[in-house]
Design a protein around this ligand. Structure first.
Ligand code: ADP
Length: 525
């Protein structure tokens, strides 16, 4: 069911009035309301503004009619009320995925590839609308939203191609009258649970390889950003993905999660989100011994050595720290700077951070949007207060932005140390703490002194040092002289408590395949 424009206008106005009552300025939001409305209107016209769950190829309400509001984090305006489903609807989605599995899995790879390719083309054809929608519900600057559409779609294109390369093996037999084969087969129904920080890419990164090799999927997007997921599902439908092959449910996260985990029809869970929830899901998956892939939290170090190219190091660190307002699991959490270059780096980096323009992501030139919720701002404040109370110096920022509520000033802290909360916990916000170190060994020791192991970065002009350190870092990803390294063609994933499994690249499709050994014996001579 598309949302009637009149209802949308009414709810926006009511909401804005309520906002002014709690002290959030009306005028500023009214100005932005116009462009949000125009965007939502355009999405609606194209059938991309969806508010119902997508089950068995149909758009459906929650059985009890419950809905869930979706807000714009920059303005707090209500964007939509979406179906809030629970266990019952999730069971229906699982049944539909299970029913669709056989006929989808026996299509030829070329047939599945063609449908995925069409989905990719539709995602790209609607890049503008999807990018804008993402900015509305997630807050990221429009340029980043558009970038995510291209990035998210790239997984669909890549796995449309990769579908045709799911090779097995023939093994030289140990006995002359035998022949040994290895077949790769789709695992079956997949439950994919995704977060709000990449509303499209975290979904395509799971769904594209799953569909490519013949699995069917029930997706549960974040309740904070379901609109992009629903628009992507609508485009999948238009691309010819058959009924039941892709389902989308959102609402009561723990009920949906429990139902997916308890079902013996669901053979695989792929989750991206917090370490705490990931651990719960991993434990629950043991009940039916499901395959699991987990992309969890990080505590990314970024090591700047004395001989680093300063310009490259500042630019790379800035991108790796402040992308999506610091709200990605590969965002730099600790900047370790060698003592010989510390002062110079701190000065140049602070200047660059001061120039980051904060605002509504729809506005031209804005480089940092709001945080996803006010609770995220409170977490940032807690980290900064803790660091300052333990001796950190505020070099830039350090308080709520005057845009208020969800906006925070890009912040740089000097003289951070290992006693601070920020050295152990992911801040998930626009705070860059600088730590000093003396030697390469010390930098490696500090970098690895965490239970996390997702992304890491280092800047040096010394090739031997670059290799030595890259090999010593206990991380799934290492960026050398580069702050943005994610791509569909390379494996993404963590070690230690940052997760299990890989997404993207030729490795990503293995997560959705079972390996079957077939032995042909007693062959006649
Ligand atoms: P984040 O801090 O990124 O929101 P979460 O781990 O809380 O990380 O959320 C990631 C995804 O996991 C979201 O889709 C959320 O709704 C979902 N989620 C949260 N709790 C549960 C749960 N108990 N079972 C299943 N999914 C959950």
């Amino acid at each position: 069911m598309a949302i009637p424009t009149a209802m949308l206008k009414l709810s926006l106005r009511t909401h804005l009035r309520n906002l002014s009552r709690i002290g959030i300025p009306y005028a500023a939001h009214l100005q932005r309301q116009m462009s949000s409305e125009a965007i939502l209107g355009r999405l609606k016209e194209k059938g991309l503004l969806r508010s119902q769950a997508f089950i068995a190829g149909k758009w459906v309400d929650a059985e009890d009619g419950t809905t869930l509001p979706v807000y714009n984090p920059a303005t707090q305006e209500l964007l939509a009320n979406v179906a809030c489903v629970g266990g019952k609807e999730t069971k229906e989605a699982i049944t539909s995925a299970n029913n669709a599995f056989y006929s989808w899995s026996i299509l030829t790879a070329a047939e599945r590839s063609k449908i995925l390719r069409k989905w990719y083309e539709l995602l790209m054809a609607h890049k503008e609308e999807l990018g804008q929608l993402m900015t509305l519900e997630n807050g990221k600057p429009l340029k980043e939203g558009l970038g995510e559409v291209v990035y998210g779609a790239s997984f669909v294109e890549f796995y449309a191609e990769e579908a045709k390369r799911v090779y097995g093996d023939i093994i030289p037999p140990p006995l002359g009258d035998r022949r040994l084969f290895v077949l790769k087969q789709p695992v079956g129904v997949v439950g994919a649970i995704t977060p709000w920080n990449f509303p499209l890419a975290m979904i395509t990164r799971k769904v594209a390889p799953a569909l490519a090799c013949g699995c069917t999927v029930v997706v549960k997007p974040s309740e904070l950003t379901p609109l992009t997921a629903l628009a992507a599902a609508e485009l999948a439908l238009q691309a010819g993905v058959p009924s039941g092959v892709l389902n989308v449910v959102m609402g009561n996260a723990s009920q949906i999660g429990d139902t997916l985990l308890a079902s013996s029809q669901v053979k695989k869970i792929s989750f991206t989100g917090s370490t705490a929830v990931g651990k719960k899901l991993m434990a629950a998956a043991a009940g039916t011994v499901k395959k699991v892939s987990l992309e969890l939290g990080g505590n990314a170090p970024c090591i700047i050595f004395d001989d680093a190219n300063l310009e490259v190091a500042v630019k790379g660190t800035l991108a790796a720290k402040f992308r999506n307002a610091g709200q990605t699991c590969v965002c730099v959490n600790r900047i370790l700077v060698q003592e010989g270059i510390y002062e110079k780096f701190a000065k140049l980096f602070s200047t660059a951070v001061q120039e980051l323009r904060v605002g509504n992501g729809l506005e031209e030139g804005v480089l940092q949007g709001p945080l996803i919720t006010h609770a995220a701002v409170q977490k940032v404040e807690k980290h900064i207060q803790d660091a300052v109370s333990k001796g950190a110096k505020l070099l830039v920022g350090g308080k709520q932005h005057n845009l208020g509520y969800t906006f925070y000033e890009p912040t740089v802290l000097g003289d951070a140390n290992s006693s601070m909360l920020i050295s152990r916990e992911e801040v998930f916000g626009p705070v860059a703490p600088l730590f000093r170190f003396k030697t390469e060994d010390e930098a490696i020791q500090i970098a690895n002194d965490t239970q996390f192991g997702l992304a890491s970065y280092l800047f040096t002009e010394n090739v031997s040092q670059a290799w030595r350190v890259a090999e010593a870092l206990e991380y799934g990803l290492v960026g050398i002289n580069e702050g943005i390294i994610s791509t569909e063609v390379a494996p993404f994933g963590g070690v230690k408590e940052s997760g299990v499994g890989r997404e993207g690249s030729k490795y990503g499709i293995d997560e959705y395949l079972e390996v079957k050994y077939v032995c042909l014996g007693n062959m006649k001579p």
